[in-house]
Design a protein around this ligand. Structure first.
Ligand code: PGA
Length: 257
């Protein structure tokens, strides 16, 4: 089946491989494995302390992302990172609203919304995560939760900005647990997000926006997930830490083109 959107595979390293040496080692292994891939957008998001790898990635087909940022350019915000600092490092992508940020660091959709608008205003490409808890899924509330998160997270976003935004559907119960949503479960929610996009914007926007799946994506399950019509690649945690497994996942996405 031909994909209408370019798949995007993101490697979210979380709080791993954060020293320049560890990050460089991984990337030196990854670069030759994926160098010929042109039809998939590849993004690596290391910890802030390893963003110096920008210099290694410059002449490659791998883009660099950060895992978080604040929405002000500068000021008395101890411990925060400004989007202008990231821009100076030639960062292309920014992950926002990851469930670990929402749940461990209490980030609300309203805060994510401010960050999202700021990221877009400085030219960073946002990857914005939404997803439900296990209890919510079991109570049959997945769609309700997704709709509310969508409305609050993307509130006030213009059509042009929505077009530039990548959505990552990450069911929280599938993150780092080894429990993947079945391709059917994931596709159903992706389809639902497209319906919300039609209602909030229009059909064209719904067709353009890329929606990644995230939550225990591994080389062995990537193919069946990425083959689904509404799934445009993945946001990968654990399996993005090793060059071989991450490259395999990228190659599975390439096969769906
Ligand atoms: P995982 O993480 O692949 O380790 O489940 C995905 C994510 O949190 O983005």
């Amino acid at each position: 089946m031909k994909k209408v959107r370019t798949p995007i595979i993101g490697g979210n390293w979380k709080m791993h491989r954060g020293t320049p040496e560890k990050a460089r080692e991984m990337l030196e292994n990854l670069i030759p494995l994926v160098k010929d891939i042109e039809s998939v957008d590849i993004v690596i998001a290391p910890p802030f302390t390893a963003l110096g790898v920008a210099s290694i990635l410059k002449v490659t087909n791998i883009k660099l992302g950060a895992q978080n940022m604040y929405y002000e350019d500068e000021g008395a915000f101890t411990g925060e990172i400004s989007p202008t600092f990231l821009n100076a490092l030639e960062i292309d992508y920014i992950i926002l609203g990851h469930s670990e940020r929402r749940n461990i660091f209490n980030e609300s959709s309203e805060l994510v919304n401010k960050k999202l608008k700021k990221a877009l205003s400085v030219g960073l490409n946002p990857i914005v995560c939404i997803g439900e808890h296990l209890k919510e899924r079991e109570a049959g509330k997945t769609k309700e939760v997704i709709k509310k998160q969508f409305e609050n997270t993307f509130a006030g976003l213009s059509k042009e900005d929505m077009d530039k935004t990548v959505i990552a559907y990450e069911p929280i119960w599938a993150i780092g647990t080894g429990k993947t949503a079945t391709p059917e479960q994931a596709d159903e929610v992706h389809q639902y997000i497209r319906e919300i996009l039609i209602d909030s914007y229009d059909k064209k926007t719904a067709e353009n926006v890329r929606i990644q799946y995230g939550g225990s994506v591994k080389p062995h399950n990537a193919k069946e997930l990425f083959e689904k019509k509404n799934i445009d690649g993945g946001l990968v945690g654990g399996a993005s830490l090793e060059a071989k497994s991450f490259a395999q996942i990228i190659k599975e996405a390439e096969k769906t083109i």
